[in-house]
Design a protein around this ligand. Sequence first.
Ligand code: NI
Length: 206
Amino acid sequence: MNTTTNPKQPPRRMLLAAMGVLLAVLLLGAGGFMWLAGGGTGGNAVGIGGPFTLEDGSGKPVTDRDFRGKYMLVYFGYTFCPDVCPTTLSAVADAMDKLGPDAARIRPLFITVDPRRDTPPVVKKFAAAFGPEITGLTGTPEQIARVAKEYRVYYAEHRTGPGPDDYSMDHSSVLYLMDPKGAFLAPVRADETGDEIAASLRKLMG
Ligand code: NI
């Protein structure tokens, strides 16, 4: 029994937890996309994105400033993802092909939410399997937590067994298009085909 806890205290932690679950549900579903799409018109209106320092596939530090002058197409996921992440990255790679010369204006970034398993060589190999233009990024758990918070990304470990690797990651699935100055431009649906993603990107980049 913890005698220092006041039993009359409002269950603030529970309320916060409930709000967290609600936000997660919104971000995981189409509602999250609509929320981002509505709030994001006219630039960085909802404060999506921000400075980050991460590690690339060789373990070298990479910051958001390294991508200035290009549109960043940012996706958060993890390499052990059984379905959504591979499907999304393959659609992104397809979209890059469809964009032709315009693809050179975009840098697709895959940022892991599972830094424990997704070491630099792991993210590098995974991203390269979809296309040479996709950059895989990882970092310390603290760096990942910070960038995920900036991008309003929800992620959580989901235990599947007793072993250290017996877990999957629940995570929101949205592509974030950032303009060449690094400001949030618009969300792009991650559940669309390469053709549809290419069409959205073309329209958004003008
Ligand atoms: Ni995934």
